[in-house]
Design a protein around this ligand. Structure first.
Ligand code: AMP
Ligand code: ZN
Length: 110
């Protein structure tokens, strides 16, 4: 838990989200600025800043997140999807709490 992290606040419920999945380790919710008709984020509850900050102790957690990708994508009606992990400011990361983007379903309706 990091006091000024927006995704930690979503994990505790201090900030609302449009949640699609939650268990003891992970929460998933729709992106507030969707890049396609379906765009959700899978977020480990543990505050890890980025993929660069992961080590062997996070292996099971990362594996769990990756295996959730196709399951949650299917629940959102996606037959195929893009998976994105922005890492570091130079990698386009804006929220420094590790998360996986899952994007699909074509362009958003106007
Ligand atoms: P990244 O550039 O990988 O760090 O992406 C952060 C993503 O989080 C962006 O796509 C934002 O639209 C999304 N985001 C930021 N704040 C929220 C929020 N409160 N609820 C849902 N998504 C958010
Ligand atoms: Zn956090």
């Amino acid at each position: 838990m990091s006091a000024d992290c927006i995704f930690c606040k979503i994990v505790t419920g201090a900030i609302p989200c449009n949640k699609i999945y939650e268990d003891d380790d992970v929460i998933a919710f729709h992106d507030i600025k969707p890049a396609a008709s379906v765009h959700f984020l899978i977020v480990p509850k543990l505050h890890i800043e980025s993929l660069k900050d992961c080590d062997a102790s996070h292996q099971a957690l990362l594996g769990k997140v990756m295996l959730l990708v196709p399951k949650l994508a299917a629940k959102q009606g996606l037959a195929g999807f893009k998976t994105l992990i922005n890492t570091g400011r130079e990698g386009g990361q804006e929220v420094f709490h590790i998360h996986v983007h899952v994007i699909g379903g074509g362009p958003r309706a106007a």
